[in-house]
Design a protein around this ligand. Structure first.
Ligand SMILES: [Zn+2]
Length: 250
């Protein structure tokens, strides 16, 4: 680990266009469940039965009953891992964070340029008239008034602005992520097992473009063999250590 940290810090501090790619592992330390982990939401409920756009439209009541498991997202606070990435951006060593998370904790920690591949939970949208409202409107209907499913003034269904299974990814975020990764000279993967699209094809794209790949994750990933450095551990522990080493050699 010691040698890996040193090498990772060297690579990071000599990079010019470093970009981070983060997944659920960064947020689990803030108490947000990883829905794909054993015991997580997806292991108890088949996402194809409620977390797709068509199942949402077919049975919005069931969707919102199960969505109570997401409520921790609204009270979660960023952790040391989020803060370390924000600090690297502040130091001029990180161009952007591309994330699979929808919780907004990178922004809460101070990251400025965040590309959200799976949408966000700050807003909701009416599926009939297209009105976009703050998520608090939806939460109030749901929690205070017990309105299930919550509806827009026009009567249409309100849906959180997160990307459900079977929905296409936000085109603008995807375009920005591709552009960042194709031009980066270092990709720092943190807290992602790299099993989910499009996160699973961003690291190969970076490696093909000649970028260094750093991976910080508790579990092995399919891209470990292509990485310059793999640091095994919790991102809330490893990333602050990495920032400390970077400061030492700058
Ligand atoms: Zn409406």
């Amino acid at each position: 680990m010691e040698e890996g940290l040193r090498r990772a810090a060297e690579l990071l501090s000599s990079s010019r266009q470093a970009v981070a790619l983060t997944g659920a592992g960064v947020s689990t330390e803030s108490g947000i469940p990883d829905f794909r982990s054993p015991g997580g939401l997806w292991s108890r409920y088949d996402p194809s039965e409620f977390a797709t756009l068509s199942s949402f439209l077919r049975d919005p009541v069931r969707f919102y009953q199960l969505a109570s498991e997401f409520l921790s997202v609204f009270t979660a606070e960023p952790n040391e891992g989020h803060r370390a990435l924000a600090e690297l951006e502040e130091m001029g060593l990180l161009k952007a964070v591309i994330t699979q998370n929808v919780d907004g904790l990178h922004q809460a920690a101070g990251s400025k340029r965040v590309v959200e591949l799976h949408g966000n939970l700050r807003e909701c949208r009416c599926l009939s008239c297209g009105t976009v409202l703050p998520i608090e409107v939806l939460a109030e209907k749901l929690v205070q008034r017990g309105e299930i499913p919550p509806r827009c003034g026009c009567g249409g269904l309100l849906k959180p602005n997160v990307i459900l299974f079977g929905e296409s990814l936000p085109a603008e975020a995807l375009r920005e992520a591709f552009e960042l990764v194709s031009r980066c000279d270092l990709l720092l993967v943190a807290g992602s097992s790299l099993m989910v699209s499009p996160a699973n094809f961003l690291p190969p794209m970076a490696v093909e473009a000649g970028a260094e790949l750093l991976i910080v994750n508790e579990e092995p990933t399919p891209m470990d063999a292509f990485a310059s450095v793999v640091l095994r551990g919790k991102t809330g522990k490893v990333l602050p250590e990495l920032v400390r080493r970077v400061k030492e050699i700058r």
